[in-house]
Design a protein around this ligand. Structure first.
Ligand code: MSP
Length: 541
């Protein structure tokens, strides 16, 4: 197993100020599909997600709920783990910033930067957004109407909520020192930040000049104490970013080999609102600590409900549970990855979700399986027919051609994080298989005499369509893990568990698995219940 190449993938760690919603589940589902894909592609995947539990935002949520921050995070953490379980999220590791190992790593890295002079004491005076846990320079704010005494606070340019004025003695990270180094790094590594719009945004922000960053808070108790000054806790972003290395053993001598094997990460997934933290502060922290940088940071867009970012504060956040119940786990996963282009904002709606579900899943894919499996029972005694009884008439040539080119197309799409493109390519085979059945009309072939050429063609046609179904199920497994496993079982094949590198074991990598002809003749076919029962279009909510 260990000779497989490592693939280390992370999501942001989520604030535990409230239960997860569709927006926060979005990154996790996308990361899960990629993790599953990479495992099937022969990589030794480490997929990390977790919780960001410290800071003022969480501290205040706890106070508002009359409990200690510790009680609060412990009470809310299961809402996340339960949702991930429901959505078949296959994270290999789970990090909480209150884990003692993480806290130790934070203190170690901070101490190192303090010792080298990259962290120094100073005074912070300025505006702070508690919901975003972010500092704002006056030059970024619209202060005209607000700076008179007694005037309301300016609003956060990002989330639109009122800022708070902070005046504290605290410690600073010499971020400004790394400005030129960062710009040079972006130039030398054009793939470091994606998509290009975000890369340009980061470059223009850094070119505008970086200020040193306040990295401690004297008035926030709920955080990691600075090792050299226990009156201060670590700024929550400085603390949180370190999760990406603490979770793989940074700061623990016994886990040194693991750390060097896994770091640098191959990919950090983030939302577009948190790129400055990931693409500016995090690389500077790593460089200051003499650590290599992650290979790539990719920012996706927002899920928009009626044109607005879906968020808890706007009150338009939908809880995923109701949608999972209605569309099923795979229906849920499919919609967000197929209908929203990863990397740009995407409007979501109930109508669009029902349409995708009924069109792509119930009609195209689910129906193909049930029609075909029924035909195999009706005409071939319920087992995969032997195609060798019929000389290749070239009838299934289109199907075989699409199947043969599919790995390259799907792989390129996953490489580009183009989930919609990968699914579109896979659906070309689904549609071709439906067309093939229509055009070759097995129900007519079945009427021909036993032993005739027509009857032999029936075997070849059904075999071709079944083989296409097997190949689709394999390619779709990263996005539709439950129904793909079900389809493979109905084809009489072993279930495919791509939820961990170990569970997948010695299963051949995807390219080999999906080579034409892998379905053995004689394999028993199970008809089963509809995979995606049709939803009533008029019942949209
Ligand atoms: N705790 C920080 C991340 C620290 S990572 C070292 C944080 N947490 S968050 O819970 O507020 O947000 C986590 C992620 O959810 C962000 O990447 C954010 O972009 C994403 N989303 C929150 N609402 C969203 C949408 N409506 N649509 C898509 N993603 C959005 O930030």
């Amino acid at each position: 197993m260990t000779d497989k190449r490592s693939f280390y993938l992370t999501t942001p760690i989520y604030y535990v100020n409230a239960a997860p919603h569709l927006g926060t589940a979005y990154t996790t589902v996308a990361a899960d599909a990629l993790a599953r894909y990479q495992r099937m592609n022969g990589r030794d995947v480490l997929f990390l997600t977790g919780l960001d539990e410290h800071g003022q935002k969480v501290e205040e949520a706890a106070t508002a709920n009359n409990c200690s921050p510790r009680e609060w995070v412990d009470r809310l953490a299961p809402a996340f783990t339960e949702l991930w379980e429901q959505l078949a999220i296959s994270n290999d590791r789970w990090v909480r910033t209150t884990d003692p190992e993480h806290e130790h790593a934070v203190q170690m890295l901070a101490q190192q930067l303090y010792d080298t002079g990259d962290i120094y004491p100073g005074t912070y005076e300025g505006w702070y957004c508690v919901p975003d846990e972010a500092y704002w320079a006056e030059s970024d704010l619209d202060l005209h109407e607000h700076n008179a005494d007694g005037a309301p606070a300016p609003l956060c340019p990002d989330c639109g909520r009122p800022l708070r004025y902070v005046e504290e003695q605290n410690y600073f990270f010499r971020l400004s020192k790394y400005q030129d180094w960062l710009l040079n790094y972006y130039e030398q590594h054009p793939d470091f930040i994606g998509p290009d719009t975000r890369r340009n945004e980061v470059i223009s922000f850094v070119s505008g000049g970086l200020k040193d960053l306040s990295i401690s808070r004297a008035n926030v108790k709920w955080g990691v104490p600075l090792p050299w000054d226990a009156d201060h806790t670590m700024y929550v972003w400085f603390d949180a970013l370190i999760n990406y290395i603490s979770a793989i053993g940074y700061g623990n001598k016994q886990r040194f080999a693991e750390f060097t094997r896994r770091w640098p990460a191959n990919l950090h997934f983030v939302g577009k609102d948190i790129i400055r933290f990931h693409c500016v502060i995090w690389p500077a922290m790593l460089h200051a600590a003499r650590l290599p940088l992650p290979e790539r940071i990719f920012a996706h867009g927002f899920l928009l409900a009626k044109g607005e970012k879906m968020s808890k504060s706007k009150g338009n956040a939908t809880a995923p549970a109701a949608l999972i119940e209605r569309f099923g786990v795979d229906g849920y996963r499919y919609y967000f990855l197929r209908d929203v282009s990863f990397g740009t904002d995407g409007s979501i709606s109930d109508e669009a979700m029902v349409q995708r579900y009924n069109g792509d899943l119930a009609n195209d894919w689910g129906n193909l399986c049930s029609r075909l499996f029924n035909m195999v029972h009706k005409y071939c005694g319920g087992v995969v027919p032997d195609p060798s009884v019929c000389a290749d008439t070239g009838e299934g040539a289109e199907l075989r051609e699409i199947a043969a080119g599919l790995y390259a197309r799907v792989d390129a799409a996953f490489e580009a994080l183009d989930y919609a493109g990968a699914l579109e390519a896979i659906w070309d085979l689904v549609k071709a298989a439906n067309r093939y059945l229509e055009n070759s009309a097995p129900w007519t072939l079945a009427k021909a005499e036993e032993g005739s050429a027509e009857r032999a063609r029936l075997a070849a046609v059904l075999y071709g369509a079944l083989e296409a179904v097997r190949i689709v199920a394999l390619f779709a497994a990263p996005v539709l893990p439950l129904t793909s496993s079900e389809v493979l079982c109905r084809l009489g094949l072993p279930a495919l568990d791509c939820s961990s590198t170990a569970a997948l074991g010695d299963t051949a990598p995807l390219e080999q698995l999906t080579a034409w002809g892998g379905l053995p003749a004689g394999s028993p076919i199970t008809i089963g219940e509809p995979l995606f029962p049709r939803l009533d279009q008029s019942a949209t909510r």
